[in-house]
Design a protein around this ligand. Structure first.
Ligand code: FES
Length: 251
């Protein structure tokens, strides 16, 4: 495949950025999107040009490092693909056609400032987790696994929410740059389990306060976050988050 890629290039957080056009040839449809970028970077290196900075780690869809906006959609996800949503590292070039022009940009959000090219600073998510995304653990031997039975329905919902990899696609997709799907996923993941009850009410208040303090916007129920999520986190985790927050205020 031969492709034209328009990539956001920006030297640093305070530098002005712009889309730069490159041609890439000899792209196999079996390559992942990041492998296509690897080929481009090898060409740039060979020509003595600066390679494009982008994040990746596992390249298996589990670490959440690799997010970029592809043709206006986080990870290229539309929520309509019959194969389901995916991460950028798991997106394959067979999703594109020979001769396509692809525009690649970093996450766009005040709380995710651009560090360089396609790399953004997502440590705001780490600070939200640090503010309440934990459970109290007593010292001593590991408790018997069956000592705290969990209802199947609750276990399933917790597990579904725990699939969130914190990639930030929800923020990039939201017109308000809200991170409520992320926060909702963490609140539901822990709040559905008996182990998550001791901190349940302080957790939700602390995480929402940290979310707001980091400069993320507020949720207005648009739903783009869930449509773009590579792990299909359902929108109703935000309903639970809001319900828990109201109850926490009363508590
Ligand atoms: S590199 Fe880990 S999810 Fe894509």
């Amino acid at each position: 495949m031969k492709l034209t890629v328009k990539i956001w290039r920006q030297d640093g957080p305070a530098a002005p950025g712009k889309l730069v056009t490159y041609e890439v040839d000899d792209i196999s449809e079996d390559m992942s999107f990041l492998e296509m970028l690897d080929v481009l970077n090898e060409n740039l290196n060979d020509n003595g040009e600066e390679p494009v900075a982008f994040d990746s780690d596992c390249r298996e869809g589990i670490c959440g490092m690799c997010g970029v906006v592809i043709n206006g959609r986080p990870h290229g996800n539309t929520g309509e693909d019959k194969h389901g949503n995916t991460t950028t590292c798991q997106l394959h070039m067979r999703s594109f056609n020979d001769g396509d022009t692809i525009t690649i940009e970093p996450w766009r959000a005040h709380a995710f400032p651009v560090i360089r090219d396609l790399v953004v600073d997502r440590t705001a998510f780490d600070r939200i987790i640090a503010s309440g995304g934990f459970i109290s653990v007593n010292t001593g031997a590991a408790p018997e696994a069956h000592a705290a039975p969990v209802e199947k329905k609750k276990a399933d919902r917790s597990f579904e929410a725990a699939a969130c990899i914190g990639c930030g696609a929800c923020v990039a997709a939201c017109p308000n740059a809200a991170g409520m799907l992320f926060v909702g996923a963490k609140v539901v993941h822990l709040g559905e389990l008996p182990q998550g009850q001791p901190e349940r009410w302080i957790r939700v208040k602390a995480m929402v306060a940290q979310h707001d303090g980091e400069g993320f916007g507020g949720c207005t129920n648009i739903g783009e976050c869930s449509a773009a999520c590579p792990k299909d986190i359902p929108l109703d985790v935000i309903s639970t988050l809001n319900k828990d927050l109201r109850r926490a205020m009363v508590h």
